[in-house]
Design a protein around this ligand. Structure first.
Ligand code: SDX
Length: 394
């Protein structure tokens, strides 16, 4: 078609890009994975089925889903030599640093999978990365606590296996409460993709140079780590804990944010695309109440979060800037209820986002007009000038 730009030509020259994976309408608060509303997927699907949908572009048949699940089980163990890498990290190393390094390391152990001529090399890479990201994350947690590694078990499904590797004792499996497993599966599903956000754009950028899938995912983890992006879920809880410790009911903190003197922001609020309520936040908020009730737990931070939301949504400062809760505002409450430590929250986000990154990697590398991304700039530096020897400088 005349004037039609391909996926790559658009990004390669302008920095914006077409994609067929996820649709967002920021004004209406709409999110669809491959055209299917997130609300339907939350109610009827699972993280592994949604991962297949995003990566393969369609809902799987029963046989396809079973084969995909078998591939994840087949690939869940790390190469034994990878354990030695963990020894090199200090105990206080942030798990996102470990995750990025170990994902790249994992890619070194399967060079045959990085060769396009190997049959099903992409599917095998995808299954290996999607399955092993969980094992790497759990091992990073165990290492940070000085605990022995707990290996995945083939009888456990995706989210259950992660909780098993995180919290089981080597000789006794942790009790995997169905409501806890379902809540984690929901979090992974809600984070699975989100169009051209900072970290996904990073994955696409790196993929356009021809780097392998593991290198692209490792770069995505680094971009996601920032507190303005995937690190916000950790920053939200640290903000709520600070408010709780101070005895403030939230109003003093909001005044500090509005004064702009400290540069503090209401973390978990605002979004570049959503100028309405993030549909994921609405779903997570509802599940916070349900999960805490089922686990017979309460969390004072949830009460503070709800008070902050109620006050902010009635406050002109936030209303005129169209600042609403985003995916990170309530997600940490669920992770706390699952006893996941706060520095692992961005890691949970990264595990959930892995299918989206894999899907976007595939979209870039399989594009018929694939070109390296090279956004142009507007030069605002000095005009032409000439070198001045050091003795003649002021
Ligand atoms: C994610 O892109 C994606 O899809 C990301 C994501 C995904 O799934 O991949 O949805 C995940 O990253 C969600 C966002 C998580 N980050 C946070 O919660 C951090 C807090 N929020 C912000 O810093 C901010 O809202 C961003 C980073 C999310 C969006 O930044 P923008 O669009 O660049 O907004 P901006 O910085 O231009 O702010 C516009 C105005 C400014 O005020 P003015 O200078 O116009 O007077 O709104 C203010 C900002 O000061 N503002 C906030 C605010 N966010 C924006 N003021 C107080 N608290 C906030 N949270």
């Amino acid at each position: 078609q005349t004037g039609y730009i391909t996926l790559d030509e658009g990004y390669a020259n302008t920095g914006s890009c077409c994609s067929a994976i996820t649709f967002i309408d920021g004004e209406k608060g709409i999110l669809r994975y491959r055209g299917i509303p997130i609300e339907e997927l939350v109610e009827q699907s699972s993280f592994v089925e949604v991962a297949y949908l995003l990566i393969m572009g369609k809902l799987p048949t029963r046989a396809e889903l079973q084969a995909f699940s078998n591939a994840l089980t087949r690939n869940q163990m790390l190469h034994e030599d990878m354990k030695f890498h963990f020894e090199g990290f200090p105990p206080h190393a942030h798990p996102m640093a470990i995750l990025s390094a170990m994902i790249n390391a994992a890619g070194c152990y399967y060079p045959e999978l990085l060769r396009p001529e190997v049959p099903n090399h992409f599917e095998e890479q995808a299954a290996r990365l999607l399955s092993q990201v969980r094992t790497i994350a759990a091992f990073a947690y165990r290492k940070s606590r000085g605990l022995p590694f707990v290996y995945p078990k083939p009888q456990y499904k995706y989210a259950a296996n992660f909780l098993h590797m995180m919290f089981s004792h080597p000789t006794e499996d942790v009790e995997l409460k169905p409501e806890a497993v379902r809540a984690l599966d929901l979090l992974f599903l809600l984070h699975a993709d989100h169009e051209q956000n900072c970290s996904t754009s990073t994955v696409r950028m790196v993929a356009s140079s021809g780097a392998n899938l593991f290198a692209c995912a490792a770069a995505g983890v680094c971009a996601l780590w920032g507190p303005l992006h995937g690190g916000a879920n950790q920053a939200v809880i640290e903000m709520l804990e600070e408010i709780h410790r101070s005895g403030d009911d939230g109003r003093k903190f909001l005044e500090e944010v509005k004064s702009r003197k400290s540069g503090r922001r209401l973390m978990g609020f605002g979004h570049r695309v959503y100028k309405n309520y993030d549909p994921r936040a609405r779903i997570i908020k509802r599940h916070c109440d349900e999960l805490l009730a089922r686990l017979n737990r309460t969390d004072p931070l949830l009460d503070i979060a709800k008070r902050l939301e109620e006050a902010a949504l009635q406050d002109e400062y936030f209303v005129e800037r169209k600042l609403y809760p985003n995916v990170d505002f309530y997600s940490g409450i669920i992770m706390r209820a699952l006893d996941i430590p706060v520095n692992m929250f961005p890691v949970i986000f990264a595990i959930g986002r892995m299918p989206g990154w894999i899907a976007h990697y595939r979209e870039v590398v399989e594009s018929p007009t694939r070109r390296i991304y090279r956004p142009r700039q507007v030069y605002v530096g000095p005009p032409l000038q000439h070198y001045v020897p050091i003795d003649q400088r002021g």
